[in-house]
Write a protein that binds this ligand. Structure first.
Ligand code: GLN
Ligand code: ZN
Length: 760
């Protein structure tokens, strides 16, 4: 019999109950018992739901109060000094201090989980680190479910991925701690075996990466120790990319089962079927755990049958490609999606049913699930035929794009001369990144407008007033290139998506980003086009209030793509280029409206980078070309800016240069301009504004501090290249911080100007 399985279920709850409970606890409105009760309720509900949909291997210990990597660190006793733990069980207070920081200690560093938008806390280790089992969490979760009459499959993060994702405070290699951590994992497994647990899922997602020989050897060593004679079967899971050159290592491990991501790694099945030893269980991850589209059951079944033909159905599991943590909980809650679109989607709950259906089809034949297959066929056919999805005009425009449209008419030096003549900016020009504080007042007006309690005219009048005040204040502060402030925008992707054809939005499509924070990514379901201008009105209005240049502000094509659920019936490149063409029209409309400076934000360019090095060149080629396609419809004298933040850009410098933006503003404060070393080495040819104010903190930097950072920048760049600006937009800051910080920033720029002049 084939087994229907799941690798992990979203923790937050269909109405974000965990978010509510966590925030109530943190604010002191609810006690620990209340939080624990909500969490236990969610776990029970999710176990119930999975079992009810026919999942036989239901995961346990996939729940976490904040993050499963932090849970693992806490379980292993890998808790740095200063967080209030010495030995024994770890209190919830210590746990949340590690996650969120405390009065005297900072939170652990947080970073993205592979190429997802989920963030994990980076374990902080040291050479000679001691590991102890503070609590056998998978066992506790198993027992909790068992007490409710359910047998679950506990899941835990494997030792090699745990170490590979960690950082040490002393620069030693965390992998050197493997021998120290293995006995604790062995203890966990022995206790699970003693409890009568049949299967345990161990995640080693590092197998999706290009691995140095040392990491591969660590994998072999770890499972040579952990797998044999333990009395519990290990299913080793990796996901997000094919195993590729890690496949021989994975297949040689003495584990009982191997999970394969057959969505991202469809091509690897043939090789696995050839090479896997006959007694190895294969978990076939055929239902997409990273996207929200209904599975084409007939196609999926054909793949599963290929495996069954080769190996029989006795040792097969059907699974999602990865944990369902990365998709929203339940499509049934969506009542406002386009009627045509909804039947084409599957969220976590719907994916469970798909897994069960496919399992049954494999065991009992396609006829046993005829209705489900017919429904899936209909969705596939409807999607293919839909005029909402396929717009011949978009395809025709894309087909007519010429290489010339992907580059500016003149080279940068020519453009620079024309822009200088037009804009007449001082040396070290000052600007901001776009948004000004989204105050309670701004948010309240937007909410009221959305509810219909204030009408368009009232709402627009409020936006106009805030914009007016922002322009007046910027003039008074002495900024050189102004912005309108983005008061009309809810979110930098949503604002544009709502005005573009091809986008749809959910009401409850939340996905955990970190801790209690969730995002509801838009869905790109059809050809993207721009029915009407999107930003011209407010930008033009702002420009009409000042003689200084006002910068138009757009979200770039790669970021629009990266922060959405993207249709899976077109390549990402095609979708990105469609968005680029829509933005190109917006850029030229802004130019025609008299806007001389236009910024196209691409904060997500770096995070779109594929996990495997071999795939990166291709991505960077179309990503940078899409940006240039959006930006290159303008005359030489129109200045194009871009902006990037959140990431380390050292390894994609050549591609940042390839964007050929006239000016790039970039987050640089926290690295104290060290980031600019890469710009220096690569001889960045255009202008740059390295951020001088870390806007993530409420702290107001002094003029002297910012001048010092600018002096560091001058050591790495030519004076004519340097702009002066904050690290990012100011929407999360308060005016009480923004006003003095910008005053100080302008003062720092002025100081620099007089210094440079004196030196001449
Ligand atoms: N223009 C946007 C803003 O100022 C940029 C945001 C971002 O880079 N994340 O808010
Ligand atoms: Zn930014």
């Amino acid at each position: 019999m084939t087994i229907a399985t799941n690798l992990g279920f979203p923790r937050i709850g269909r109405r974000r109950e965990l978010k509510t409970a966590l925030e109530a606890f943190w604010s002191g409105q609810a006690d620990e018992a209340a939080l624990r009760a909500t969490a236990a309720g969610l776990r029970a509900t999710h176990w119930d739901l999975q079992q009810g949909h026919g999942i036989q291997h239901v995961p346990a210990n996939d729940f976490a109060f904040y993050d499963h990597v932090l849970d693992t660190a806490v379980m292993l006793g890998a808790i740095p000094a200063g967080y209030g733990w010495q030995e024994g069980p770890v209190s919830l207070a210590t746990y949340f201090t590690l996650a969120r920081g405390g009065a005297a200690v900072p939170a652990l560093e947080m970073t993205k989980w592979f190429d997802t938008n989920y963030h994990y806390l980076v374990p902080r280790l040291a050479a000679g680190q001691r590991f102890v089992l503070t609590e056998n969490r998978p066992l506790a979760a198993f027992r909790e479910a068992f007490a409710q009459g359910r047998r679950t499959r506990p899941v835990l993060l494997g030792p090699v991925s745990f170490l590979a994702l960690a950082k040490t405070i002393d620069g030693s290699d965390p992998l050197d701690l493997l021998e120290a951590v293995l006995p604790v994992y062995a203890q966990i497994l022995d206790e699970l075996a003693a409890e009568g647990v049949a299967w345990v899922q161990i995640d080693e997602p590092v197998l999706a990466l290009d691995l140095p020989a040392k990491t591969r050897a660590a994998i072999s060593r770890a499972y040579a120790v952990l797998a044999p004679n333990r009395g519990v079967d290990i299913l080793l899971a990796s996901y997000f990319a094919p195993l590729a050159d890690n496949l021989p290592t994975a297949l040689a491990l003495p584990v009982a089962g191997l999970h394969l991501d057959l969505v991202r790694g469809a091509g690897q099945l043939g090789a696995v079927l050839e090479a896997a030893r006959p007694e190895l269980w294969l978990s076939l991850g055929i239902v997409d755990g990273r996207n929200i589209w209904r599975t084409d059951l007939r196609r999926a079944l054909a793949t599963l049958e290929q495996a069954a033909a080769k190996r029989g159905t006795r040792q097969l599991m059907v699974a999602p490609s990865c944990s369902l943590l990365h998709v929203p909980v339940d499509l049934a809650q969506e009542t406002a999606l386009p009627a045509e679109l909804k039947p084409w989607l599957a969220f976590a709950t719907q994916k469970l049913a798909e897994i069960a259906t496919l399992t049954r089809a494999l065991d009992e034949g396609a006829a046993s699930v005829a209705d489900a297959l017919a429904e899936s066929d209909k969705a596939v056919a409807d999607r293919r035929a839909s005029t909402k999805v396929h717009n011949p005009a978009v395809a025709a425009r894309l087909g007519a794009v010429t290489p010339a449209m992907e580059r500016r008419a003149s080279a940068f030096p020519t453009r620079r001369a024309r822009q200088q003549a037009r804009l007449n900016l001082p040396a070290f020009p000052t600007t901001t990144i776009g948004s000004f504080p989204q105050t309670a007042e701004v948010r309240a007006a937007r909410a009221a407008h959305a509810r219909g309690t204030i009408d368009d005219a009232k709402y627009d009048a409020a936006i106009a007033e805030w914009t007016k005040q922002a322009i007046a204040w910027q003039e008074q502060a002495g900024l050189d290139v102004l912005v309108h402030g983005e008061f009309e925008r809810n979110d930098m992707v949503k604002y544009f998506g709502e005005q573009l054809a091809g986008y749809a939005f959910t009401k409850h499509g939340w996905v955990q980003s970190y801790g209690s924070r969730c995002v509801a990514p838009p869905i790109i379901w059809g050809d993207v086009s721009r029915p009407a201008a999107m930003t011209v009105r407010w930008t033009k209005f702002a420009q009409s209030l000042s003689n200084h240049p006002v910068k138009g502000m757009l979200t770039g094509p790669v970021t629009m793509l990266q922060w959405s659920f993207v249709r899976d019936d077109e390549t990402r490149e095609t979708v990105c280029r469609q968005i680029a063409l829509a933005l190109r029209d917006e850029v030229t409309d802004l130019e025609a409206a008299g806007i001389g400076v236009i910024q196209i934000d691409e904060p997500a360019l770096r995070e779109g980078l594929p996990l495997r090095r071999a795939d990166r060149t291709e991505y960077l080629r179309w990503a940078t070309a899409s940006f240039r396609l959006s930006a290159s419809g303008v005359r030489d004298e129109t200045q194009i800016h871009t902006h990037m933040c959140y990431a380390d850009f050292n390894d994609i410098m050549a591609d940042i240069i390839a964007l050929d933006a006239d000016v790039i503003s970039i987050e640089a404060t926290r690295s104290r301009m060290e980031l600019l070393d890469a710009f220096k080495v690569e001889k960045y040819p255009n202008e740059i504004g390295p951020g001088v104010w870390d806007i993530h903190s409420p702290r107001v930097p002094s003029a002297a501090e910012m001048a010092e950072l600018l002096r560091l920048a001058r050591g790495r760049l030519a004076d004519w290249q340097i702009w002066v600006n904050p690290d990012c937009g100011l929407k999360t800051r308060r005016w009480e911080e923004v006003r003095p910080a910008i005053d100080n920033m302008v003062a720092a720029a002025r100081e620099l100007r007089s210094m440079a002049q004196a030196a001449e």
